[in-house]
Design a binder for this molecule. Structure first.
Ligand SMILES: [Zn+2]
Length: 157
């Protein structure tokens, strides 16, 4: 049943049958978020990635955006699996979409933090988003162990 929905979505998307595409998309989203009809969500995700990225034009679409969002926000067990690694290698556009989504969310912005200890000067990158979310104001140097405040050393690149 899920595979049929995916086929309907791919065909309706290709031939711009908008109402049918949107209806299939709604059902696909319901299954992937709630496991409706007793469907196995990781297996459905795998099928959806293969169907979407196997037919993808390289342009982003609502289904592609949805797949990336659900992978990053709700499916950590799946994204930590070897099966997911294999999907990324099979569908490079999936890797591009995941990376662009992370970049747009600010997760790839980093600060270069330089240890203030004059004989150390170890440089460590810190994710800007992580600093924000965790309200981090200080750290231990990974090399010399000095405890320092970011406000004293922060270099923004
Ligand atoms: Zn240091």
């Amino acid at each position: 049943m899920f595979a049929v929905l995916l086929d309907i979505h791919v065909i309706a998307d290709k031939y711009v049958v908008t109402a049918l595409r949107d209806h299939a998309l709604k059902d696909i989203k319901d299954i992937l978020t709630r496991g409706n009809y007793g469907q196995d969500i990781p297996a459905c995700l795998s099928d959806a990635i293969e169907a979407y990225y196997g037919a993808a034009t390289g342009l982003s679409s609502d289904l592609g955006d949805f797949l990336v969002a659900i992978l990053l926000e709700q499916q950590q067990d799946f994204t930590n699996s070897d099966a997911f690694d294999a999907l990324i290698q099979s569908y490079p556009q999936l890797a591009v979409d995941l990376t662009m989504s992370q970049k747009q969310a600010g997760w790839l912005n980093t600060y270069r933090v330089v240890c203030p200890q004059s004989d150390c000067r170890f440089v460590q990158p810190l994710q800007a988003k992580r600093l924000q979310k965790q309200c981090l104001t200080s750290a231990y140097c990974q090399r010399c162990g000095l405890y320092y405040r970011f406000s004293d050393v922060l270099k923004i690149n």
